[in-house]
Design a protein around this ligand. Structure first.
Ligand SMILES: *Cc1c(COP(=O)(O)O)cnc(C)c1O
Length: 426
């Protein structure tokens, strides 16, 4: 290990380039340590993390409560498979279902697996409960969605880079415009075989698109009218990121640190991942009430690692942190402050045209063409100035720091961002 610890950034990058598949295009920074809102590179330079591993590290890097839970469970029992019961899973399922007000949870590991699981449950419900004829079920999805990387999920993506040469694809999906209730109603009215509507409460990967006020609520009402399951993918928006425990929570804004989220929209199926573990471990989950979840019977679905004792311990600790530290409220308040500060700055800056988002899931729009490298170059300049962020699509930069950030730290970051943009030249 001594040799490995002395790697320079360049050496570490060279190793990944030579021995790793090139399925990402990372910013050239090699991180070796994280604590709270900070990460350090191998040369010891300290940065603010403004991506939080795509909103997995909402609770901050290496949160001691989560790390302790993980360590002590790792020393006790790590994996039994679901061939046997373990003494952690039930307690975890009770905690999570009570927190989000559902009857049952199905444990998986990654976000994509949880989305796949939700799609399978929805289809099975369609045949066994709704009475759709075999193999005829359709699921409505939105343009520019991001739900993960499996073959079925990319079947209904419209990102050419994510799809090209991966066919043949899975059938049974109808794509409509996001934030368009008329399109949704038409799809539901014209297709009696629709079983579900899969939607992100805010489209994160697409560039942090916040739908119009009332969109989710009205979409849910349409789903009820046509007996279609409303499936919310809150893998990125959930767990306090948008200033509420869930983005589908109501206006309570989770001001009370023990608020468990009065639903504005109660999804029929809720998909969670990423920050469900605080980024310490892959933990995802699908939640639904009994009339839906009961279609899943022994042998229908599973995962060797899903619901393992470490995941259960980590998941409970991660939700404890969200509650005890009031992270929803903090994200709500700091998000307002961030957008206010950026809006004040925009008239002085030629490089940004707008800031948008909810809670601490925000984006700035860069004043250049979509195929320009300006957003990337700005992220490189931010890196030099000690803040790590990454472009999403083309000329949009997402800003999603850990939710344990303080007001002083946020203002420090606003300072770095504004200074970088003022000095930036192509
Ligand atoms: C990240 C993400 C996923 C996929 O999660 P993985 O853990 O990467 O498989 C699914 N849906 C949304 C909205 C996401 O942001």
């Amino acid at each position: 290990m001594a040799v490995l610890e002395q790697l320079t950034s360049q050496e570490a990058i060279a190793l990944e380039n030579k021995y790793g598949a090139h399925n990402y295009h990372p910013l050239p920074v090699v991180l070796s340590r994280g604590e709270g809102v900070y990460v350090w590179d191998v040369e010891g330079k300290k940065y603010y993390d403004f991506l939080s591993a795509y909103s997995a590290v909402n609770q901050g890097h290496c949160h001691p409560v989560i790390v302790d839970a993980m360590k002590s469970q790792a020393e006790t029992l790590t994996l039994t498979s679901r061939a046997f019961y373990n003494d952690m899973l039930g307690a975890y399922e009770k905690y999570v279902t009570e927190t989000f007000h559902f009857d049952k949870l199905l444990p998986m590991n990654t976000g994509a697996e949880a989305v796949e699981t939700a799609l399978k449950i929805c289809r099975k419900w369609a045949y066994e409960k709704k009475g759709i004829e075999e193999n005829q079920a359709q699921i409505v999805v939105c343009e520019n969605n991001f739900h993960g990387r499996t073959t079925t999920i990319i079947s209904f993506s419209n990102d050419p880079v994510a799809r090209a040469n991966f066919g043949p694809f899975t059938n049974g999906f109808l794509k409509i415009e996001y934030d368009n209730l008329t399109a949704l109603e038409e799809a539901l009215k014209e297709n009696p075989n629709v079983a579900g509507f899969l939607v992100e409460p805010i489209q994160g990967e697409a560039g942090v698109y916040v739908p119009s006020e009332g969109y989710l609520k009205n979409a849910k009402a349409l789903c009820e009218k046509y007996n279609v399951l409303f499936i919310a993918d809150e893998v990125q928006t959930g767990i306090a990121r948008t200033g509420r425990l869930l983005a589908t929570c109501g206006n309570c804004s989770c001001k009370d640190k023990h608020c468990s989220g009065t639903p504005e929209v109660k999804p029929d199926i809720l998909i969670l991942g990423k920050a469900l573990s605080g980024g310490a471990y892959p933990v995802s989950a699908v939640l639904a009430n009994d009339p839906i979840m009961e279609v899943i019977r022994p042998g229908n679905h599973g995962s060797t690692f899903g619901g393992n004792p470490v995941a259960a311990a980590v998941g409970m600790a991660a939700l404890d942190v969200v509650r005890n530290e009031g992270l929803a409220k903090n994200a709500d308040e700091l998000g307002e402050l961030f957008r206010d500060e950026m809006n004040k700055f925009i008239p002085d800056c030629d490089w940004i045209t707008a800031v948008r988002g909810k809670g601490l899931l925000n984006a700035i729009l860069i004043n250049d063409t979509e195929d320009s490298s300006t957003a990337w170059d700005i992220c490189m300049a931010l890196k030099e100035n000690g803040l790590l962020a990454k472009p999403t699509h083309g000329n949009i930069i997402r800003f999603a720091p850990p939710l344990v950030m303080t007001k002083a730290q946020l203002l420090d970051c606003v300072g770095i961002i504004c200074k970088t943009l003022l000095e930036f030249k192509v």
